[in-house]
Design a protein around this ligand. Structure first.
Ligand SMILES: *[C@@H]1O[C@H](CO)[C@@H](O)[C@H](O)[C@H]1NC(C)=O
Ligand SMILES: *[C@@H]1O[C@H](CO)[C@@H](O)[C@H](O)[C@H]1NC(C)=O
Ligand SMILES: *[C@@H]1O[C@H](CO)[C@@H](O)[C@H](O)[C@H]1NC(C)=O
Ligand SMILES: *[C@@H]1O[C@H](CO)[C@@H](O)[C@H](O)[C@H]1NC(C)=O
Ligand SMILES: *[C@@H]1O[C@H](CO)[C@@H](O)[C@H](O)[C@H]1NC(C)=O
Length: 946
């Protein structure tokens, strides 16, 4: 039998190494590497193999992983960069990152040689004349450990996205434990700096979960190193990456089961692939153990090579308990299979990613071999596929109550890693304890990768990864003022000529309330109901057609403006009487005689405000984005395929009004969170990108079908097109920008001869009867469109109503956009995108301005959009972020208009029927203490009570 891949450290002579390499090569080529003798015959070791080496090797494979007991006593970090000065942060409010409120410390933090050297009262250091000491007075600002993101594709799907920097999935088979993500890691991903700007300092780099075992992951620090290499970014590179490291460092591996890695078969296929791989690893491990047993017994009869296999060695280490395994498993069926796998092969799982149904089966999670893994979740990003359909915003709390640890994660770019902290803020809003919410992005993920001795919490001896915030970190919009990684200042950015250097943060956050932990609503009833209905609680509100009185209202504000409640009471709170969905009276008890009242609702100092509108996602047209049977399918794309004669229309113009789907969970959830209407247009589905998306329609998100009173607010709203550069990832035929523009020009100038829907609606758009909304990111394409607009208007003598949607680079031509009277609908938060969007302004702490703020100051009419149906519910969170990121430029009322009156005007919603009002209990719409209680709908003649 041919042995392969004998470890070189057992073989001193170069000549024999060459020989072994050659043999290994042939062993690989002929795939003879899988079998090992059950029993080894040991000879007395010859001169080339030393018994001592073998014993060492055997000791190493059996050593248990983890830091040495003296780790925290180290003087210099292995990541220390020569020339880094020491820093003393004084007068800080330190959130350690684990524990409860007793772990908050007020005092100073000393960073030296890449390490947190001391925490406490350190004023003596200032007097001690420490060389090159930088002293920073935090003025009691909150200071936390750098955030740790347990799930990102940073560096493997680099921004701006390009096909040449896409190393996130291999197509070479279901189980590939030999692949290493570091081999595809691009250190120049622009997403890394954005993540640091959100306070994220370390991240686990995962490939896409398109294989059952996609390979070995690495944990990196996101800063640029002086060496500039991917390896220098890795925290504690294990022995497999760095031969000089001892074998006690944790290794990392990623697995997946369920519907995501479907390329290689169904669920049972996936689990068999995993079992087959582990069975092989088990055999190798048994051979190694037998070998070592004999070596230890000193039974040197014969010598044979140490049994090893380069393809399966990482799985052998899993079985030896040396690997932190993360597994993506979403459904209960998947988690069950995974738990059985761990018990069959006796290895533990460090974390389960995307575990959407884990909260429904905590007892099952508990039965994982070696103890329950950390469950890594999104706050509200569910219903993107069939196994995430039952995901819940209450999952973090439910799991925590069951004694299971929860980490919040980004799966960047699914959620931009920059906004990782917002996942924790939302989990906190929906009931997760504040300290656990903070731990869910610091110490808990750090423990799940075996690095909590040095990252994820602030203790003496930890890595000097520190973030200083402009508010309490759980307040919406919390922004890093300073970020250190390994003691090296990352934020603010070092001065550079082309940059806006003086960054001013904290504007609008001067009040004491910003320093406190937010107080959040109670959700007991909702949580119980969610569990009782296994994740699908009924969402249709209770309709109240009779008289209803809202008690203790602080502020009423309608589309027309603020109402002046004529209260004489001391508390400034008033009662509002509503009849048939209309406010008929406001004032105190004397002003509003309370007769024949069906219901009283106490708003507890809450506000009544106009309903918000959402635009930009498939909400209203589909339920689950990756399930075609729950949506409308793909409209014809006349630029790349012939339109069938039955349609007899050159552009196969689609009307969203004819594809509506009411009562989807995303629509009803959005309604429950104050988003009462949606303008809906056909979106691209799958690989095909629509150039002409057709006509939009505006609907009520709370209606149950199209024929219900008030369900369709306006049948035809706007004409939508998208002019973009080729998709970097799609494999379908792409149409050039110039061809797209040529097609649009032809339609707008009325050159289409037949009397079709395409001609009719293009004419209306050219004449300004309806808006022409164009999805576009690049400033260059926007300029082309502005020129085209002038051309059309000059030829036809019309005024078009052109609107740019997306428009990430609009700030570059802000004055031109304003002078052309073009409106802009932006994403609420800048993302990481394609080349067309690459110059978007990120905002604080990288730039003072956001694209939104620049356009606002220029006087451009603005709205905000939301691209994912399941995200429409988060409009207020995102709006708050956008408002705070404008650095004081945009005030509350102006911000609210971006998702109500302004957005409606831009999209051409003219009817009065968008006048729903939302009642918030316990605070105003922008307060984390508030929660929606009801929608007052005049057009539908009811009050919907939640
Ligand atoms: C906070 O943690 C400390 C130390 O673990 C413990 O003694 C204390 O009871 C905890 N307090 C609360 C309110 O949970
Ligand atoms: C202090 O800074 C100077 C200039 O960068 C450098 O030459 C020197 O080595 C530093 N000293 C220490 C103790 O870090
Ligand atoms: C370190 O401190 C010295 C003296 O204060 C200063 O000259 C030098 O620029 C600092 N180095 C860095 C990298 O900030
Ligand atoms: C600490 O910060 C607070 C808040 O800015 C300030 O009032 C106080 O004077 C500071 N204390 C010291 C010792 O700098
Ligand atoms: C998990 O197991 C532990 C220890 O056996 C037990 O105390 C706990 O109640 C279990 N939790 C659940 C949710 O089953």
């Amino acid at each position: 039998m041919l042995q392969c891949l004998i470890p070189m450290d057992l073989l001193p002579s170069t000549r024999s190494r060459q020989l072994i390499l050659l043999v290994s090569f042939f062993a690989l080529v002929f795939n003879l590497s899988d079998h090992f003798p059950r029993r080894h015959v040991f000879r007395t070791p010859g001169p080339s193999i030393r018994a001592e080496d073998i014993r060492l090797k055997c000791q190493n494979i059996q050593s248990s992983p983890g830091p040495s007991p003296f780790f925290l006593k180290r003087e210099v970090s292995d990541r220390f960069e020569i020339g880094t000065n020491s820093t003393l942060i004084t007068n800080a409010t330190i959130l350690v990152g684990k524990g409860n409120e007793t772990s908050i410390r007020h005092g100073d933090l000393y960073l030296d040689k890449g390490i947190v050297k001391a925490i406490g009262s350190l004023s003596y250091l200032k007097q001690a004349n420490v060389l090159n000491l930088t002293v920073i007075n935090a003025n009691e600002a909150w200071v936390t450990p750098g955030l740790v993101d347990l799930d990102t594709h940073l560096g493997l799907m680099s921004a701006p996205f390009m096909s040449g920097a896409l190393d996130a999935s291999s197509t070479k088979g279901p189980t590939l434990p030999w692949l290493r993500n570091i081999d595809g890691l691009n250190p120049h991903d622009e997403g890394m700096q954005l993540a640091i700007a959100g306070g994220v300092t370390s991240a686990q780099i995962l490939a896409r979960n398109s294989n059952n075992i996609a390979g070995q992951t690495v944990i990196v620090k996101l800063r640029q190193t002086s060496e500039g290499s991917p390896l220098s970014m890795v925290v504690e590179p294990p022995h497999s990456l760095n031969k000089s490291a001892d074998s006690t460092r944790w290794r990392h591996l990623q697995q997946a089961c369920g519907e995501v890695p479907s390329e290689y078969g169904n669920r049972p296929d996936a689990i068999w692939a995993l079992r087959a791989a582990y069975a092989r690893a088990q055999n190798i491990k048994a051979a190694q153990d037998a070998y070592c047993q004999q070596a230890e017994a000193n039974a040197w009869d014969d010598v044979d090579a140490f049994p090893e296999n380069l393809q399966y060695e990482s799985l052998v280490d899993v079985l030896r308990g040396k690997v932190k395994v993360t597994t993506q498993c979403q459904g209960a069926v998947d988690i069950d299979a995974l738990v059985r796998l761990t018990n069959e092969f006796e290895f533990s799982i460090a974390s389960i990613q995307h575990a959407s149904e884990a909260w429904l089966v905590p007892g099952l999670v508990n039965r994982t071999w070696g103890g329950p893994p950390t469950i890594a979740l999104f706050a509200t990003n569910y219903r993107y596929d069939s196994s995430s359909y039952r995901g819940s915003e209450f999952a973090p709390r439910v799991l925590t109550d069951a004694g299971i640890t929860v980490a919040m994660k980004s799966a960047h770019p699914v959620v931009n890693s920059r906004y990782l902290l917002q996942e924790a803020q939302r989990a906190n809003y929906y009931g997760l304890d504040s300290f656990l919410a903070l731990a869910s992005v610091t110490s808990i993920p750090a423990a799940a990768i075996g690095l909590d001795h040095r990252i994820g919490s602030l203790h003496e001896g930890a890595d000097a990864d520190v973030v200083m915030w402009d508010s309490n970190p759980l307040q919406l919009g919390a922004t890093p003022v300073r970020v250190w990684i390994d003691g090296i200042l990352q934020i603010p950015l070092p001065p550079r000529i082309d940059r806006d250097n003086a960054i001013n943060e904290g504007i609008g956050k001067e009040g004491e309330e910003w320093r406190r932990f937010p107080s959040v609503p109670k959700w007991e009833n909702e949580r119980k109901k969610a569990i009782q209905w296994e994740g699908l609680p009924p969402l249709m509100p209770r309709k109240q057609g009779g008289n209803i009185v809202f008690l203790n209202v602080k502020n009423v504000w309608t589309r027309e403006g603020a109402m002046r409640p004529g209260s004489r009471s001391h508390s400034n709170l008033v009662h509002i009487t509503v009849k048939g969905g209309r406010i008929v009276c406001f004032g105190d008890d004397a002003a509003c005689p309370l007769e024949s009242v069906e219901e009283y609702l106490d708003l507890d100092g809450g506000h009544i405000a106009p309903g918000m509108m959402t635009f930009g996602s498939s909400l209203g047209l589909e339920e689950i984005s990756s399930e075609p049977s729950t949506g409308d399918g793909s409209p014809y794309n006349p630029f790349i395929e012939p339109v069938p004669p039955i349609l007899n229309d050159p552009a196969a113009l689609a009307s969203a009004a004819e594809a509506l789907m009411f009562g989807t969970r995303s629509a009803l959830t959005a309604y429950r969170f104050g988003v009462t209407s949606a303008t809906v247009r056909e979106t691209s589905s799958g690989d095909a990108r629509n150039i002409i998306s057709g006509l939009s329609t505006t609907i009520s998100t709370g209606a149950s079908h199209a024929m219900e009173r008030g369900a369709i607010i306006q049948k035809y709203t706007a004409l939508h097109v998208a002019i973009q550069r080729p998709d970097p990832i799609s494999k379908t035929r792409q149409v050039s920008v110039s061809n797209q523009i040529a097609g649009l020009r032809r339609l707008l100038l009325g050159w289409e001869t037949q009397e079709t829907d395409t001609k009719r609606w293009s004419k209306k758009a050219a004449e300004g009867v309806i808006p022409l909304v164009i999805d576009v990111g690049s400033a260059d394409i926007m300029a082309t469109l502005l020129i085209l607009k002038t051309e059309v208007e000059n030829q036809l003598g019309t005024r078009m109503r052109m609107v740019f949607s997306g428009a990430a680079e609009a700030h570059i031509i802000a004055p031109e956009i304003r002078n052309s009277n073009v409106g802009v609908i932006l994403d609420a938060k800048p993302g990481v995108g394609v080349w067309d969007d690459r110059r978007a302004l990120p905002g604080l702490p990288l730039t003072n301005d956001t694209t939104l703020a620049v356009l606002f100051k220029e006087g451009v009419k603005l709205g905000l959009r939301c691209q994912e149906a399941q995200d429409a519910r988060n409009m207020l969170f995102d709006l708050t972020w956008a408002m705070l990121a404008s650095n004081g430029v945009i005030k509350k009322k102006e911000a609210y208009a971006l998702v109500s009156s302004n957005l409606q005007d831009l999209l051409g919603v003219v009817t009065e029927d968008v006048g729903d009002l939302v009642a918030y209990a316990g605070g105003g719409p922008f307060d984390m203490s508030s929660k929606t209680a009801a929608v007052i709908s005049a057009s539908r003649g009811v009050v919907d009570v939640f």
